[in-house]
Design a protein around this ligand. Structure first.
Ligand code: ADE
Ligand code: ZN
Length: 328
């Protein structure tokens, strides 16, 4: 059996970013929305760099305008993830793209997404949980609205709160109110840092927002003191190697710091981020890591174990997923 066939846990997946281009084109066609310019002639998403990626991402979101759109999207994503061996996934959901931060609208979107997750669990044997995510470049006020939606819908399905978006805008500490609000509602915390920001952005994320997981965080490798702090504080990194390579942080998998982070004792996990944008899947991430670093079944079992322990789900779900991992 190839390592790519192993069951997998994914902790870092943006819901809209997982939308296949053909799915977005189909919705655009149904709604008569012109999305020309978003796709390459071969049908893939077309972007030049990180800032352009974010704007193409948001333009694609223009066709996702109803709970029913998100129900269909959720089913499509989970079918694809399950086909790649994912048995448990945490997805980033942004009230900004689901009703613009209005609580009642958000509840309607969430109901449709959960409905699809129940159907997918039955059909494809994959478990999904939601992490509400504010968007950094939309600013702290929008983040507060997202945090209020998160606090109102926190529970055994919405289990976490986080932040994505453009790291060059503002500071992690600008979002403290939103993260404190989410924490008080019992939500677990993660934020993107150390992707385009340097090691100091990871330090800010841990110290100013008190997150227990960091999205990417890979540039921490540039600062040995920070590595020690990450290990001491038991922070887990949601590493997305294929995303980092396509966005130009590293020229190839073999140059990616995931193996060095792991050797330094950092808890690392593997995810796809926005798979169709980065031409990847969880299968491909496993294949590329096996090829670049010679990792075998034991290494991937260890990564999955780290991911299972860092998952934001309740203990009953964790135990169920553990059984799934042990019986491929
Ligand atoms: N939103 C979607 N993908 C992202 C990424 N890789 N970094 C920051 N924000 C994002
Ligand atoms: Zn991300």
């Amino acid at each position: 059996m190839s390592v790519a066939d192993l069951p997998k846990i994914e902790l870092h997946l943006h819901h809209e970013g997982a939308a296949p281009p053909a799915f977005i084109r189909q919705l655009a066609h149904e709604k008569r929305i012109d999305l020309s310019g978003l796709f390459k002639p071969d049908g893939r998403y077309d972007f030049r760099d990180f800032a352009h990626f974010l704007s193409v991402y948001e333009a694609a979101c223009e066709v996702l305008k109803s709970p029913e759109d998100f129900r269909r999207l959720t089913l499509a994503i989970l079918e694809e993830s399950a086909a790649n061996g994912v048995v448990y996934s945490e997805t980033f959901l942004s009230p900004d793209f689901c009703g613009g931060g209005d609580l009642q609208a958000w509840c309607d979107y969430l109901a449709a997404i959960q409905d699809a997750a129940v159907e997918a669990e039955r059909k494809f044997d994959i478990t999904l949980r939601g992490v509400i995510t504010c968007v950094r470049h939309f600013g702290p006020e929008k983040a507060k609205a997202s945090a209020r939606c998160a606090a109102e819908t926190a529970g055994d399905w919405i289990t976490g709160f986080g932040m994505g978006g453009n790291e060059s805008v503002g500071a992690q500490g600008d979002f403290k109110w939103a993260f404190d609000c989410a924490r008080e509602a019992g939500l677990r915390l993660t934020t993107h840092a150390g992707e385009f920001g340097g090691p100091e952005s990871v330090r800010d994320a841990i110290r100013d927002l008190g997150v227990e997981r960091v999205g990417h965080g890979v540039r921490a490798i540039e600062d040995p003191d920070l590595i020690r702090e990450i290990v001491d504080r038991d922070v887990t990194l949601e590493v997305c190697p294929g995303s980092n390579v396509v966005l130009g942080l590293y020229p190839e998998f073999a140059a990616h710091p995931i193996a060095r982070l792991r050797e330094a004792g950092v808890k690392v996990t593997v995810s796809t981020d926005d798979p169709p944008f980065f031409h990847t899947t969880m299968r491909r991430e496993y294949e590329m890591l096996a090829q670049a670093f010679g990792w075998g079944a034991e290494d991937f079992a260890a990564l999955n174990d780290t991911a299972l322990n860092a998952a934001f789900c309740d203990e009953e779900t964790r135990a169920r997923v553990k059984t799934r991992l042990e019986t491929p």
